[in-house]
Design a protein around this ligand. Structure first.
Ligand code: GDP
Ligand code: MG
Length: 163
């Protein structure tokens, strides 16, 4: 069994864009599952000579904030059950929000390694703004741009340290 890395976070932060970048040309979708909270995509990739599986979570979540919070909680619980490392993605363009705080508090309550990825850090100003996310209380914070790939190398080095 390969180690499993799950990608969690609220909608539109760029989880799927990041997942696709991780898989890139070596894209090998292991399998997909569909359903409201079980919607997830599994892929196999490698970095620094280490193979691991990546899971992209949370395709379909309702717009209603209360219902969404429940859905995200469930997705985080599932991710924690099935993975060795959690990558929690947030969006520097919109800044810290209530759902991010809800996810962060769930993740802080458990023992598995959590890496906070501040996505959409496409330029210097946004990379600096990424530090506002330290308020979520997660030490390993990596600003990246899933679109350009900036910062993803350092982040993956950290992931493989935990594997
Ligand atoms: P998900 O709902 O978390 O899976 O988010 P998606 O991957 O579907 O992305 C949501 C939106 O954010 C899309 O319009 C993406 O093109 C955009 N996006 C994703 N990553 C980046 C990034 O690094 N920079 C910018 N500027 N936009 C991004
Ligand atoms: Mg997605």
């Amino acid at each position: 069994m390969l180690p499993v890395v799950s990608i969690v976070g609220r909608p539109n932060v760029g989880k799927s864009t990041f997942f696709n970048r991780l898989l890139g040309k070596r894209k090998a979708i292991v399998h997909d599952e569909y359903g409201v909270t079980r919607d997830r995509h599994y892929g196999e990739t490698f970095w620094n000579g280490r193979d691991f599986n990546v899971i992209d979570t949370g395709g379909y979540l309702p717009d209603d904030m209360n219902v969404m919070t429940v859905g995200i909680r469930e997705q985080v619980h599932i991710a924690l059950e099935e993975s060795d490392i959690i990558i929690f993605v947030v969006d520097v363009e919109t800044g810290v929000n209530t759902l991010d705080k809800a996810v962060a508090s769930l993740l802080r309550e458990q023992e598995k390694p959590v890496i906070l990825v501040v996505n959409k850090a496409d330029n210097e100003e946004r990379r600096l703004n990424a530090s506002e996310f330290y308020e979520l209380g997660i030490e390993d914070l990596y600003p990246i741009s899933s679109i350009s790939g900036m910062g993803t190398g350092d982040l993956l080095d950290k992931v493989t340290e935990y594997l």
